[in-house]
Design a protein around this ligand. Structure first.
Ligand SMILES: Nc1ncnc2c1ncn2[C@@H]1O[C@H](COP(=O)(O)OP(=O)(O)OP(=O)(O)O)[C@@H](O)[C@H]1O
Length: 230
């Protein structure tokens, strides 16, 4: 059974913008998937539906075989524990150190204080930021800030890591390092879904490519390319 299953998913924003139009797709455990398409194609909407920030207008989404539409309000946090998320603009809290930013993801799910330190240290080690734990976001480079955001997203060992344009604010060399890191996380078993406009990255990595256009799924290639130079 696939980890993520979309069945005829349509999302209409009121009054009449069809952001996703009858999408059916399956993503297996351990896959690395690029979500591509022009601005407004529906990539962010796809991601929002995944972690239930939005609900579909029609259709069904199953994660781990469970319909996420039917989750009760108190069950939503359990879904979100299984999904780590990374954004283009990092979204670190500026008043907090790197350590505290990462620890926060554990505090909100009430991990016992004793466990927090070793788990944060391990996550920072995985992203190569052990020596930046006591620094504040503004003291870090963009690439380091994104690493900190990735540490926060994986500290809870989610099954799925979703990245919405994670290299959008980074230069090409730093972007490649971030991609290497996401690939490593993927090799260690986490399913990675990344929305991007970075056609050069997509073309060089030869992963699965799902292309959206005006809310429709127009292409799904196993070892795909971006398709055009955006
Ligand atoms: N909350 C909302 N209310 C109304 N319309 C929305 C909302 N969110 C997105 N849309 C519309 O839905 C469509 C898809 O938007 P979405 O953000 O999913 O595209 P995208 O592929 O992520 O674009 P980009 O690459 O620019 O981030 C767009 O036409 C957008 O204007």
């Amino acid at each position: 059974m696939s980890l993520i299953q979309f069945y005829n998913v349509t999302k209409v924003y009121q009054p009449h913008i069809t952001a996703l139009d009858d999408i059916s797709v399956k993503i297996d455990k351990g896959e690395f998937v690029f979500l591509v398409g022009p601005s407004g194609a529906g990539k962010t909407t796809f991601i929002r539906l995944l972690f239930r920030e939005e609900v579909p207008t029609r259709g069904q989404i199953l994660i781990g075989g469970r319909s996420i539409a039917r989750l009760k309000r108190r069950e939503v946090p359990f879904l979100r524990r299984n999904i780590g998320i990374v954004f283009q603009d990092f979204r670190l809290l500026p008043e907090w150190t790197v350590f505290e930013n990462v620890a926060f993801a554990l505090r909100v799910i009430e991990v016992s204080p004793r466990e927090i330190k070793p788990r944060v240290e391990k996550a920072l080690e995985r992203v190569g930021l052990s020596n930046r734990a006591r620094m504040f976001p503004h003291q870090l480079s963009g690439g380091e800030q994104q690493r900190a955001a990735i540490a926060r997203a994986i500290v809870n060992n989610p099954r799925i890591l979703v990245a919405d344009e994670p290299t959008g604010n980074l230069d090409p060399a730093t972007s490649r390092e971030i991609m290497k890191l996401l690939e490593e996380i993927n090799y260690q078993g986490t399913t990675v879904i990344m929305a991007t406009h970075a056609w050069d990255i997509v073309n060089s990595m030869r992963k699965r490519v799902i292309a959206l256009q005006q809310g429709r799924l127009v292409r799904d290639d196993r070892e795909g390319a971006y398709g055009y130079e955006a």
